[in-house]
Structure formats: C-alpha cells, structure tokens
Design a protein around this ligand. Structure first.
Ligand SMILES: NC(=O)c1ccc[n+]([C@@H]2O[C@H](COP(=O)([O-])OP(=O)(O)OC[C@H]3O[C@@H](n4cnc5c(N)ncnc54)[C@H](OP(=O)(O)O)[C@@H]3O)[C@@H](O)[C@H]2O)c1
Length: 321
C-alpha cells in the first residue's frame, strides 16, 4: 500500500516537473502548445472559405500565407488595395490556389455602411463564408490622462465596432447553414489590464465581452468563437498606431532589438488555434506569457506589484504592442 502511495506521489511530481518545463520553454499557452503537437493540423482547413481582415500587412498577411499553403480559399481585406493585390500574388505562389480562389475586397472597418455590400459580394462569389478572422486593428502609444475622448472613440470604431459590424453581417449565412467560426485578434492587453495604453487596452477587453456572449448565444447553431491574444510581435503596427491626439500617428518601425515574435510564428500558432477551434489562446514569449498567467490566476498580486514597482508605466519610448 505504501509503495502505491509513493508511486502515485512520484508520478504527480514528474507530471508537475514536465508541465513546468513545458511552460518555461513555451511561446504560447499550454493548451495551444499541446494542440500544436498532438492536435488537428491546419491542413484540415483545406477548401474552407476564410475571410481575413487586415490582410495587407503584419500578422494578417502572414496568416493568409499560412492558410493559402494548406489550400483555404481566401478573402483578403484592408484599406490598401495595392497591398492586398501584392499579398494575393504571393498567396498564389505558396499553395495550390488558383486566381479565382482568392478574392480581394478592399474594406475600411470604420465604414460600417459598406460591410453588408462586401458580404454580399463575397457570398455571390464563394456561396458561403466558413471562417471570419477579425484581425484588422490599430495600436496606440499614449498617456491615459492626456488622451482625447475623440481618440478613444476612434479606437473603439476601428478595433471594436468595425469587427462587430462585419461579424453581424456575416453571421446570418453561418447561422442558416448551422456552421461558422469567428476568430478575433485580441491581444494579451485584452487579458492583462494596464500593460498598454488605455484606449487600446479598453478596445481589446471590449472584444472579449462582446464575443464571449456570442459564443454562448450561438453555441447551439454550431458557431465557434476563437479569441487570439498575442504578446509583442514584429509588424508594421507602429506606422499607423494612434497617439493622444486625433490624426497624429506614432509612425516609424519597430526596434529590431526588442524581444518580439515573428509574424510567421504568430500566424502558424493562430492557424493551429483555428483548426482546433480553441476558445482562447495566448501567444507570446516570456516574460509577457508568464505575467499573463500570473495576472489571470493571481490578479491582486499582479496588480499590486505592477503599481508598486511601476511596471508598465507609460514610457516615452515606443515599446509595447
Ligand atoms: N504586433 C503586435 O505586437 C500585436 C500584438 C497583439 C495583438 N495585435 C493585433 O494584431 C492585429 C494585426 O496587427 P499587426 O501587428 O499585424 O499590425 P499591422 O501590420 O499594422 O496590421 C494591421 C492591419 O489592419 C489593417 N487596418 C488598420 N486599420 C484598418 C481599418 N480602419 N480598416 C481596415 N483595415 C484596417 C491594416 O491595413 P490597411 O492599413 O491597409 O487598412 C493592416 O493590414 C491588430 O488587431 C493588433 O491589435 C498585434
């Protein structure tokens, strides 16, 4: 009997050590890490019609290359049509797709009145939309107290109301077919309050509120929701990141010395999350990943340390995401 107890304790200790090692070496949460090794491959998405917003650069661009390589039919959206055409050309070189399998649909997330027409166009061409990836978004570098409410509103229009409007336009087709998947590009800033400027953080938190409810309401219609929360990723995000003032952008490029993930890695993990219909994933290097775990499970300790030690205080540099 004593031997069995020791054996059980030994097994638990070994399992804990393995989990700890996996966590220390991870660049994503443990469920996604597991899915990327033992779960369904993104190859199962072959033939699906996937609409990716913000496909003209950064994470969205890398994601469409990933999806093109497994044979997803694609709808590429963003405001810059010439960039979308460049991305389309590249997609045609990295997979089995033909010209007709990729549709370029220029779209401004803020122009909600154009969303229904865009959906109509896509449905006329592909007959259905299987997956919508709400990726388009803008970041921010600003101090809370100096930020104009006009900027707060503009961030909400782009990062929250735009995705809501497009999702509402796409859902009726998915619900009628009782099959659909909504993917939302949030951020660890949507899980860890105070990591990044107020308007950006607010928009990412808001996405969780709105889309968590959608998940519950449409579960019986077989509509899945995946929230993707990346930490720092190299992209063109600073070029159009908002500041405290309306119309003023941060501009420039990210510092190559910063510890950030490549968009290709973020995109391949996102594709795994989509293929496995995971409900929420965190994609980041440490220490941001570790901090996200601490904030999620020990929020009071995380908050008090952040305040007392001045971690994440507003910095004049252009760090963060
Ligand atoms: N990079 C990071 O560290 C990081 C971390 C966590 C989360 N994220 C999130 O990931 C998403 C993609 O960002 P990224 O890092 O790949 O930045 P990015 O390279 O700047 O890409 C942003 C994309 O959104 C599009 N976009 C911006 N405003 C738009 C609008 N009003 N209407 C339509 N499209 C619009 C841009 O295209 P056009 O300019 O052509 O319209 C571009 O394709 C964002 O939601 C961002 O919040 C990024």
């Amino acid at each position: 009997m004593v031997d069995v107890v020791f054996l059980c304790i030994g097994c638990v200790v070994v399992l804990c050590v393995i989990q700890l090692l996996r966590l220390i070496t991870a660049d994503c949460d443990l469920v996604l890490q597991w899915a990327s090794k033992f779960g369904k491959s993104p190859k199962r998405l072959r033939g699906k019609v996937v609409w990716v917003t913000g496909a003209s650069s950064g994470i969205g661009e890398s994601l469409v290359y990933e999806l093109a390589s497994v044979g997803c039919r694609l709808v590429l959206s963003a405001r810059r049509e010439e960039e979308l055409n460049r991305v389309k050309k590249q997609c045609l070189t990295c997979g089995p797709l033909q010209d007709n399998d990729i549709m370029v649909v220029p779209l401004d997330m803020v122009k909600q009145h154009e969303h229904a027409d865009a959906v109509k166009k896509v449905l006329q061409h592909f007959k259905q939309i299987d997956i919508l990836v709400n990726n388009a978004g803008r970041s921010q570098r600003a101090e809370w107290v100096k930020t104009s409410v006009v900027v707060d509103r503009e961030m909400l229009e782009t990062n929250v109301l735009g995705p809501l409007s497009l999702t509402k336009a796409v859902l009726p087709d998915m619900i009628a077919r009782r099959d659909g998947h909504i993917v939302v590009m949030s951020s660890v800033a949507g899980k860890v309050g105070g990591l990044l400027p107020g308007s950006y953080t607010g928009t990412k938190y808001a996405l969780h509120g709105w889309f968590e409810r959608l998940r519950i309401e449409q579960y019986s219609d077989n509509i899945n929701v995946t929230m993707v929360c990346p930490g720092p990723v190299y992209s063109n995000l600073l070029a159009i990141a908002m500041t405290e003032e309306k119309g003023k952008v941060v501009g420039g490029e990210m510092d190559a010395g910063e510890k950030r993930m490549a968009t290709s890695r973020c995109a391949s993990l996102t594709a795994v999350a989509i293929a496995n219909q995971l409900d929420e994933v965190w994609i980041s290097f440490h220490p941001v990943l570790a901090y996200t775990y601490v904030y999620q499970y020990l929020p009071s300790i995380a908050r008090s340390q952040a305040c007392k030690r001045g971690i994440f205080q507003f910095r004049k540099s252009r760090e963060g995401q």
